[in-house]
Design a protein around this ligand. Structure first.
Ligand SMILES: Cc1cc2nc3c(=O)[nH]c(=O)nc-3n(C[C@H](O)[C@H](O)[C@H](O)COP(=O)(O)OP(=O)(O)OC[C@H]3O[C@@H](n4cnc5c(N)ncnc54)[C@H](O)[C@@H]3O)c2cc1C
Length: 414
């Protein structure tokens, strides 16, 4: 099978790159091994949220100060604003409509009630532009009876700490009660599956209208399977509704993953779901084919290859007793050789391993034994030099490096 580009990994970075290349007329295959970390995403994207423990208000300005090893510096800080706009448009094209801009962060609310800087947030979700100028005074936090993936007391306390008055109210409907045959059925995904249609929304709306009191905004957990249900509900409720992120599984994240994949397929892209890139063959400074777990005797051949296999959590990076390594192609990794340096005691401490990843040149081409592989780029969280946990730059790095590499490849620069 010969393609223009083969992408290993079908998460946010792989799909973004695949979509951008397919739009430019390329024949693209994505080998998509497992679940992506988008499934943890609560409905927001982060470009750059923190430096040295301080919240970033103006990401574009702060990005210009990052060290050369950061992926944003490699793709050129002058390009970030344009790529960020392109990323937002690409999401909108797939039906993921998000608000925000790269010049000024807003605040997203985590399921634990913590405000975190964000670049983009789904229109339906609660976002706060300025913590000193809250968008409302009184919030009604509507909890679904028996739904366990929302820590309501912590969420309410967090919102109160920000200055909101919060009333917690619990409700149920006949549809929700019917779901409760066993406690394990009350997950966000099962609610999303069953809470659809006008009459189910009508029953929820009646509850909300009866319970909302004098709230300015009604908050609900983000468990709606598609926007039409949320919009139908809003049309039946007297007060403005906003969704808040839940603990995983995240319906919002799953929807984003599905929408991106559908759009990629619609553009003619080939998404090999459940297959895994196992190894590759090299000829000098070029990768010539990759082998997958399922297409054992049918190597995938392409002019260009992209490594988008994610970090440790997605097994794009691995560690054994002696080393941190990239398991598919054996490309070079930036990591401390001394195992004692990998982690630090204390979960809230910055951890060195979260910056580990594959080494690249300034065009994001991988190195192998110190030599640039001309037709192999790396994108997203498999890259070294950034830190999604402490810097809040995960989704931005994934989308922007994916777009930068797609341009390199489509413009024939690789
Ligand atoms: C727990 C957690 C929570 C997060 N929450 C947020 C958040 O709320 N907001 C935010 O902005 N960012 C968040 N992030 C960061 C963000 O999700 C990631 O930075 C971004 O989605 C990474 O996308 P990716 O495509 O680079 O990698 P991944 O999402 O890791 O995708 C890589 C994919 O490649 C697959 N793969 C691995 N090896 C192979 C192989 N050999 N062959 C084929 N496929 C393979 C994996 O199974 C996976 O599906 C979070 C990250 C984590 C880990």
């Amino acid at each position: 099978m010969r393609m223009d580009t083969v992408i290993m990994g079908g998460g946010l970075s792989g799909l973004t790159c695949g979509i951008a290349l397919a739009k430019r007329g390329q024949r693209v295959t994505i080998v998509a091994g497992g679940q992506s970390t988008l499934l943890f995403n609560g409905g927001s994207m982060e470009l750059l949220g923190g430096i040295d423990g301080n919240a970033v208000a103006a990401p574009l300005e702060a990005i210009a100060t990052l060290p050369q090893e950061h992926p944003y510096s490699k793709i050129g800080t002058d390009n970030i604003a344009k790529l960020a706009e392109e990323a937002q448009q690409l999401l909108a094209d797939t039906g993921i409509v998000m608000n925000g801009n790269a010049a000024a962060n807003h605040w997203r609310i985590t399921p634990m009630g913590i405000a975190k800087p964000a670049w983009l947030t789904l229109n339906s979700h609660l976002r706060i532009d300025d913590l000193n100028n809250l968008p409302a005074k009184r919030l009604a936090l509507m909890c679904i009876r028996g739904y366990l993936d929302q820590p309501n007391a912590m969420l309410a306390q967090g919102l109160k700490n920000m200055g909101f008055e919060v009333d917690i109210t619990e409700f149920t409907t006949s549809d929700i009660t019917a779901l409760r045959r066993s406690p394990s059925e009350m997950r966000a995904t099962s609610l999303a599956k069953h809470l659809g249609g006008t009459s189910a929304m009508r029953r929820i709306a009646d509850q909300i209208n009866a319970l909302a009191g004098n709230a300015d905004i009604v908050l609900l957990p983000s468990v709606f399977g598609d926007d039409s249900n949320f919009e139908a509900l809003q049309s039946m409720v007297d007060k403005p509704l906003r969704l808040v992120a839940t603990l995983p599984p995240s319906v919002a994240g799953m929807r984003m993953q599905t929408q991106l994949r559908h759009y990629f397929n619609m553009l003619g892209g080939n998404y090999l779901m459940g297959d895994t890139a196992m190894c590759g063959t090299f000829d000098g400074d070029k990768l010539t084919s990759i082998y997958t777990a399922k297409l054992t005797d049918m190597p995938l051949r392409a002019n260009n290859y992209v490594l988008a296999t994610g970090s440790f959590v997605s097994r794009g990076l691995r560690a054994d007793y002696e080393r941190v390594y990239e398991p598919v192609l054996g490309v070079d990794v930036n990591a401390d050789s001394d195992r004692d340096q990998w982690t630090r005691f204390g979960v809230l401490q910055p951890q060195a391993y979260s910056r580990y990843g594959v080494d690249t040149d300034d065009s994001l081409r991988c190195l192998r034994q110190g030599k640039v592989i001309e037709n192999l780029h790396a994108i997203g969280s498999v890259l070294s030099g950034h830190d999604p946990i402490k810097m809040g730059d995960g989704t931005g790095v994934s989308m922007l490096t994916a777009l930068a590499v797609a341009h390199h490849i489509a413009d024939g620069k690789a």
